[in-house]
Ligand binder design. Structure first.
Ligand code: SF4
Length: 476
C-alpha cells in the first residue's frame, strides 16, 4: 500500500494506523510524488483535512474542516475509512502510542475519570473493554506510584547475552555465540559503570526504589560472575529503601541450582523464568533451545530453593501456536501458580528472523488467546497492573503484566509510567532522566552491542556525567 503524505507532519501516526489495519502488507510512505499509484491512501491538509483510499476493490474518501487538532482529526478520518473498508475495529482505536495507561492517567488527573473514559471511547475509538482495562491497571498502580518522588530512582543493569538467539527476538545481536566470548571483558567494565553510577546517586542524594537485572538473559553468566555482579551492587548502593530486586532468569536452559543459590544468597527478591509457551513444537519452531519440561524443572527448583516471587513470561501469537495449545499453556501456568505472569503479544520486528508472513497465519487468533488468558488469570486471582504496547503487534493488541495482589513489580510500573529516573548500566541500556515537575524526560544511550560498549567505554561514561548537571537543572 502506498501512503501519500500531502502537506502535513503526521506521517508517523498515519503510517502506524495504516500498519495496524494492513498488518501483512508493506506500507510505503511517500512524501514526494507526481502521480498516485494504486493501491494507495492519500492523506492531505489544505483547505480541509482529507483521507482517500483507492484499491482495485474500493474507492472512498472522507474529509472534515480544518480545526485546532488536525492530527487527531486525520487519525479519526483514517480510522473510520479503513475500519469500513476492511470491516474491522481496532481494540485501541486510533491510539498508536506505547503507553496508553499513562495517557489515561493524565486525562483522569486533568478532567476526571468519567471524562477520560468518554474521551477514550468517543474520540480515540478505544473499545469499552480496553477502556475498562486501562482504568483497572491505573487503579492497581496507584499505591506503587505514590511512593515515587523527585529523589527516587531505579537501577537497571543489562546483561545482553543469551545462550542462543530466539528467532522472534529483536533485542540481542545476531552473533550471539561470538558476543558470549566478550563476557569476560564486559563484566569488569560493567562493574565500573555501576560504581560510577552509585557515586553519582550518593552525591545527588537519590533514593533507590527498585533494581532490575535484565537482558538478554542474565543467567547466561556463571554463578561466580553473578556473585561478583550482585556483590558489587550491594556494596555500592543503599538497598534499605529498595522494594524489589529482580533478576531475569529468562531462559530455563540457563538455570542451575548453583546459580539460583547464588541469587538467593544475595538480596534478589524476584526472578523471572520464561516459558513463552508450553508447546514443545512451538518452542522448536521459534528457535528456543529448551523444552517445556526444562521450564517446569527450573521453576520447581526455584521453589525448592525458596523463591517466593516468580514471574513467567508468555507470548500470544507465536508462529504455529493455536488457540488450543495456547490455552494449554495458560492451564499449565495456572497449575504452576507463579506470583506473576506477563502475557505479551507477538510483535514482528524487522530485525527478528521471524517475519510478518510467518506470523500472519496466527493473525486473528491472538485476540482470542488474550481473552482466554484474561479469563483464566482473573479466575486464578491475578490482576492486570501494567500494560504497554509496541509497534507491529499482532491485531494491534498489548502486553499485560498480571500479578497476585502484593506481587505487583514496582520496577515494571516505574519504567512504564516514567515517574522517576531510571539509571541504566550496561550495553544497550538507556538511562532516563525524569523531571518530576514537568513531563520532561531526557535519555542517555549506552552503546548497544557489547563490542562497542567495551571499545568505547570511556566515551560512554563521559556522556553519563550529564546525570549530575541534569539534577542541577531539574528536580531541585
Ligand atoms: S532469550 Fe530473550 S533476549 Fe535472548 S534471544 Fe531469546 S528472546 Fe532474545
Amino acid at each position: 500500500m502506498n501512503l501519500y503524505i500531502d502537506n502535513h507532519k503526521f506521517h508517523y501516526e498515519m503510517e502506524n494506523l495504516c500498519r495496524a489495519f494492513l498488518f501483512t502488507e508493506d506500507v510505503a510512505v511517500i512524501h514526494e510524488y507526481d502521480t498516485l499509484e494504486k493501491p494507495y491512501i492519500l492523506t492531505s491538509v489544505h483547505d480541509e483535512v482529507r483521507v482517500e483510499l483507492c484499491t482495485d476493490e474500493v474507492r472512498d474518501a472522507l474529509s472534515a474542516p480544518l480545526c485546532d487538532d488536525n492530527e487527531l482529526c486525520m487519525g479519526q478520518l483514517l480510522y473510520r475509512l479503513l475500519s469500513k473498508a476492511y470491516d474491522r475495529e481496532l481494540p485501541w482505536g486510533i491510539l498508536t502510542g506505547v503507553r496508553p495507561i499513562k495517557l489515561f492517567s493524565r486525562l483522569c488527573d486533568r478532567d476526571g475519570e468519567e471524562a477520560a473514559r468518554r474521551l477514550f471511547r468517543d474520540t480515540l475509538y478505544v473499545s469499552g473493554e480496553k477502556t475498562a482495562l486501562a482504568k483497572q491497571v491505573r487503579d492497581n498502580q496507584a499505591a506503587i506510584l505514590s511512593r515515587s518522588d523527585k529523589r527516587s530512582f531505579s537501577l537497571y543493569v543489562s546483561i545482553p547475552f543469551c545462550p542462543t538467539r530466539c528467532n522472534y527476538c529483536s533485542f540481542v545481536s545476531q552473533t550471539v555465540e561470538k558476543a558470549k566470548k566478550l563476557i569476560e571483558q564486559y563484566i569488569p567494565l560493567l562493574l565500573s559503570e555501576i560504581r560510577y553510577t552509585a557515586e553519582l546517586t550518593k552525591e545527588l542524594d537519590l533514593r533507590l526504589e527498585s533494581v532490575y537485572i535484565g537482558g538478554g538473559t542474565p543467567t547466561t553468566l556463571s554463578a561466580q560472575q553473578l556473585d561478583i555482579l550482585l556483590s558489587e551492587i550491594e556494596a555500592d548502593f543503599d538497598l534499605s529503601t529498595c522494594a524489589e530486586f529482580t533478576v531475569e532468569a529468562g531462559r530455563p536452559d540457563t538455570v542451575t541450582a548453583e546459580k539460583l543459590q547464588t541469587l538467593k544468597s544475595h538480596r534478589v527478591t524476584r526472578i523471572s523464568i520464561n516459558p513463552q509457551t508450553f508447546s514443545d513444537s512451538v518452542l522448536e519452531h521459534i528457535g528456543r533451545k529448551h523444552t517445556s519440561q526444562q521450564t517446569i524443572d527450573a521453576y520447581r527448583l526455584a521453589r525448592e530453593l525458596g523463591f517466593d516471587n516468580i514471574n513467567m513470561d508468555l507470548i500470544a501469537g507465536l508462529t504455529t501456536d493455536t488457540p488450543k495449545s495456547f490455552e494449554k499453556t495458560i492451564d499449565i501456568v495456572r497449575e504452576l501458580d507463579p506470583e506473576s505472569v506477563t502475557v505479551h503479544t507477538l510483535a514482528v520486528k524487522r530485525s527478528a528472523r521471524l517475519n510478518s508472513s510467518d506470523a500472519v497465519r496466527e493473525h486473528g487468533y491472538t485476540a482470542a488467546m488474550l481473552a482466554y488468558a484474561a479469563k483464566e488469570l482473573t479466575a486464578g486471582g491475578y490482576e492486570p497492573y501494567y500494560l504497554y504496547r509496541q509497534s507491529k503487534m499482532l491485531s494491534n493488541l498489548e502486553n499485560i503484566g498480571w500479578a497476585k495482589p502484593g506481587f505487583f513489580s514496582p520496577y515494571n510500573v516505574y519504567i512504564m509510567e516514567e515517574t522517576h529516573s531510571i539509571l541504566a548500566c550496561g550495553a544497550g541500556a538507556v538511562t532516563k532522566l525524569r523531571d518530576t515537575g514537568s513531563d520532561y524526560l531526557e535519555r542517555i544511550f549506552n552503546f548497544k552491542y557489547p563490542y562497542e560498549y567495551i571499545s568505547r567505554f570511556d566515551e560512554m561514561i563521559q556522556r553519563k556525567e550529564r546525570v549530575k548537571s541534569f539534577y542541577g537543572e531539574y528536580n531541585e
